[in-house]
Design a protein around this ligand. Structure first.
Ligand code: NAD
Ligand code: TYD
Length: 341
C-alpha cells in the first residue's frame, strides 16, 4: 500500500509515520510537509534513511505539487497537515482558513482526479464546541466550533463530507481528543508545563484552571487511524478518545509532582477568549465497529511523556529557540525543496 501522509513532520504526523513504518514495513509512505514552525525533520531522524519513506517539502494548498504526488499511484491520503494551535488562531485566523480549509479542498480535488481509494481527514473533537458538566461528544453531536482553529477544522470536515456526498470520494473523518506524547511542540499545555517546571519558571494556567480536556497518548491515536484506513466504512466519522478527562490544574499538578517541583510555580493568568470549558469523547463506535482499544493509561502515558522530555532536552530547547529551523536550513539548504529518502 502506498500512503501520502501530509503534516508528517509535526507532532502526531511524525508519530504516525514512525508507527506505520513499524507496523507495516512493506508500505510506502510519501510524507509531505511545509515545515512551518511546527514541522521538524528531527522528529523523523529514526526513519530518514528508510527507502520506503520519502519526504517532500510542500504546501498542501499547492495544487500542482499535490497532483504530481498523487499521480504516483497513491492508494490512501491521510491529512494531518494543519495549523493546530488555538492561541495562534486567535492572533492570526487567516492562515488557519488557508491551510485547514483551502488546503484540504486542494487535496480533495487531487484525490478525486487520481482515484484515491481512501481519504482520511484527521480532525478534532474541538469541532463539536464545548460540553457542560454532563454528556459526551458522539459522531452525531452537531458541529459548533468556538475558536478560529476549530471553525477552520470544521470547515475542512464539511468539505470532506461534501466530496463524499457529491462526487462519491471514499472518505473517513476522525475526531480525536487532546493528544500528548513525544515530539509535541512546547506551546501546547503538557510540554509547555514540563519545560517551564524544569526551568523553575512560572506555569501559566488560563482562568480558574478547571477547564477539562480528554487526554489520549499519541500512539493510541495512531493505532485508531491505522484501523480507520483498513476498516473504516466509506463516508463515516469516527470519534477517538480514551475516557481520560482531567482539569488543567490536575494535569499541571501531576507534572509538578512527577518532577518534584512546588505547586507555588502555578500562576493563574487571564483566560483565553472563547475558551471551551469541557471536551469529552464517546469512542464507542470506534471501539465496537473497528475493535480499537487504547493501550496506554493516562498514569503510564504521562510518566512516559515526562521521561521522554527529560531525555530530549536538546530537542525541545532547540525547538523553543527556533534553532532547529536554522539548523535544517543550513543542513539541507535548497535541497529542502527536493525529495529526500
Ligand atoms: P502540529 O502543529 O504539531 O503539526 C502540523 C504539521 O502540519 C506541521 O508539521 C506543519 O509543518 C504542517 N503544516 C502546516 N501547514 C501546512 C501546509 N499548508 N502544508 C503542508 N504542511 C503543513 O499539529 P498536530 O498536533 O500534530 O496535529 C496534527 C493534526 O491532528 C491536525 O490536523 C490537528 O487538527 C489534528 N488533531 C490534533 C490534536 C492534538 O491534540 N494535537 C487532537 C486531535 C486532532
Ligand atoms: P492546548 O494544549 O492549547 O490545547 P487545546 O486548547 O487545543 O485543547 O490547551 C489545553 C488546555 O490548557 C486548554 O484548556 C488551555 C489550557 N492552557 C493553559 O491553561 N495554559 C497554557 O499556557 C496553555 C498553552 C494552555
Amino acid at each position: 500500500m502506498k500512503l501520502l501522509v501530509t503534516g508528517g513532520a509535526g507532532f502526531i504526523g511524525s508519530n504516525f509515520v514512525i508507527y506505520m513504518l513499524n507496523q507495516h514495513p512493506d508500505y510506502e509512505i510519501i510524507n509531505v510537509d511545509a515545515l512551518t514552525y511546527a514541522g521538524n525533520l528531527e522528529n523523523l531522524k529514526s526513519v530518514e534513511h528508510q527507502p520506503n519513506h520519502t519526504f517532500v517539502k510542500a504546501d498542501i494548498a499547492d495544487a500542482e505539487t499535490m497532483n504530481e504526488l498523487m499521480s504516483q499511484k497513491v492508494d490512501v491520503v491521510v491529512n494531518f497537515a494543519a495549523e493546530s494551535h488555538v492561541d495562534r488562531s486567535i492572533l492570526e485566523p487567516d492562515i488557519f482558513v488557508k491551510t485547514n480549509v483551502v488546503g484540504t479542498q486542494v487535496l480533495l480535488d487531487a484525490a478525486r482526479k487520481h482515484d484515491i481509494k481512501k481519504f482520511v481527514q484527521v480532525s478534532t473533537d474541538e469541532v463539536y464546541g464545548t460540553l457542560g458538566e454532563t454528556g459526551l461528544f458522539t459522531e452525531k453531536t452537531p458541529l459548533a466550533p468556538n475558536s478560529p482553529y476549530s471553525a477552520s477544522k470544521a470547515g475542512g470536515d464539511l468539505i470532506v463530507r461534501a466530496y463524499h456526498e457529491t462526487y462519491g470520494l471514499p472518505v473517513n473523518i476522525t475526531r480525536c481528543s487532546n493528544n500528548y506524547g513525544p515530539f509535541q511542540f512546547p506551546e501546547k499545555l503538557i510540554p509547555l508545563m514540563i519545560s517551564k517546571a524544569l526551568a523553575d519558571e512560572l506555569l501559566p494556567v488560563y482562568g480558574d484552571g478547571l477547564n477539562i480536556r480528554d487526554w489520549l497518548y499519541v500512539e493510541d491515536h495512531c493505532s485508531a487511524i491505522d484501523l480507520v484506513i483498513h476498516q473504516g466504512a466509506s463516508g463515516e466519522v469516527y470519534n477517538i478518545g480514551g475516557n481520560n478527562e482531567r482539569t488543567n490544574l490536575q494535569i499541571v499538578k501531576t507534572i509538578l509532582q512527577e518532577l518534584g517541583k512546588p505547586e507555588s510555580l502555578i500562576t493563574h493568568v487571564k483566560d483565553r477568549p472563547g475558551h471551551d470549558r469541557r471536551y469529552g469523547i464517546d469512542p464507542t463506535k470506534t471501539m465496537t465497529q473497528l475493535g480499537w482499544k487504547p493501550r496506554h493509561s493516562f498514569e503510564t502515558g504521562i510518566k512516559d511523556t515526562i521521561r521522554w522530555y527529560l531525555g530530549h532536552q536538546e530537542w525541545w530547547t532547540r525547538v523553543q529557540s527556533g534553532a532547529y529551523q536554522k539548523y535544517y536550513a543550513q543542513q539541507y539548504g535548497d535541497r529542502l525543496g527536493d525529495q529526500q529518502g
